[in-house]
Design a protein around this ligand. Structure first.
Ligand code: ATP
Length: 305
């Protein structure tokens, strides 16, 4: 199959497809020439500097904004779950997580419970929203969005106000949601962080599509490096790690020196320690292994889920 045929087949099954889409306001193009689609089970991440058109593009995808040129095609009857960047909440009013779930429409109690369970906050159902930590709040917003079983989940900066460790856990959760619900995910990242680890496709915007591809391809492209400079390089380092051992299909481990062991324990003599010689400082490849099941720390460390 040629690339063009693959693209055609992919957009035929896509949840949403943008073709040459752009929005202009007051004689100025906010964003132009946007082309991408999101298919079931796929994570597409929009990155780009402030004002580069990420939110505008997401609004075109969800139908909140009509494109001024080009077209946006959504699958008939598409259910969209949206997690906004900001929520207009009157913080002087008491609001429990349970109530937050039903603010914009009724939900059966069983659906509320299932969504809170899936996001790991079932025990906090009666907790006041304004007491939540950044990570808990993002989980509550995610629970609210997935409770209605969307086909397409749009997340506008889902790791806002969350520290690095919490960020890795949230991305792991988002990865699990796409595997379990099978929805497509359009993720907007207003910062680079570790967003790229879970994404299948990265679209880098800068008023137009600057570059696109797999996280690795984007992080290596000169357009991306020019746009993000040193900050981009830090994110690149995350992917540009070198593997000193590989996991074989039978579960054994092949080390750089050619030896094979049953495990990759830090004390088996094959690994560098923390000050440049350690297990925490290395990364590895896994045959037929889902990298999405790893928590990647921002410095390239990992742990198995
Ligand atoms: N309704 C509007 N009318 C005029 N200009 C707008 C409108 N909405 C957005 N803009 C402008 O369009 C540009 C793109 O905005 P957008 O919110 O899509 O960027 P973004 O990439 O999401 O930015 P950030 O990372 O800062 O949130 C910005 O310059 C913004 O000021």
């Amino acid at each position: 199959m040629t690339d063009r045929m693959v693209h055609k087949a992919k957009s035929a099954e896509a949840l949403v497809t943008l073709r040459g889409a752009g929005v202009s306001r007051g004689g100025r193009w906010l964003v132009r020439g946007v082309e991408f689609s999101v298919s079931p089970g796929e994570i597409v991440t929009l990155i780009g500097p402030n004002g580069s058109g990420k939110s505008t593009t997401a609004k075109m995808a969800t139908g909140v904004l009509k494109p001024s040129e080009g077209e946006v095609v959504r699958r008939a009857g598409l259910k969209v779950g949206y997690v906004p960047q900001k929520l207009a909440i009157d913080w002087t009013m008491p609001l429990t997580i349970e109530r937050l779930m039903t603010l914009t429409g009724a939900l059966p109690a069983s659906e509320i419970d299932a969504a809170l369970e899936a996001t790991g906050i079932a025990h906090m159902k009666k907790a006041e929203v304004h007491h939540l930590s950044g990570g808990e709040f993002q989980r509550a917003l995610l629970a609210r969005a997935i409770a209605r079983k969307p086909d397409l989940l749009v997340l506008d900066e889902p790791v806002q106000g969350v520290d690095y460790a919490g960020e890795a856990l949230l991305y792991e959760l988002i990865g699990r949601i796409r595997r379990e619900i099978g929805c497509g995910i359009l993720l907007i990242s207003h910062d680079l962080h570790i967003v790229m680890a879970e994404a299948d496709t990265i679209i880098c915007l800068n008023g137009h599509v600057c570059c696109r591809g797999t996280p690795k391809a984007v992080s290596e492209s000169s357009e991306y490096r020019n746009l993000f400079g040193m900050r981009g390089s830090a994110a690149i380092a995350f992917y540009d790690h070198h593997h000193d051992h590989e996991h074989l299909p039978d579960g054994r481990v092949l080390h750089a020196d050619g030896s094979v062991t049953d495990h990759c324990h830090p004390d088996d003599g094959h690994h560098r320690d923390h000050d440049g010689h350690g297990h925490a400082g290395h990364d590895h490849a896994h045959y037929e292994h889902d990298h999405a099941r790893h928590d990647h720390g921002p410095k390239g460390g990992h742990r198995h889920a």
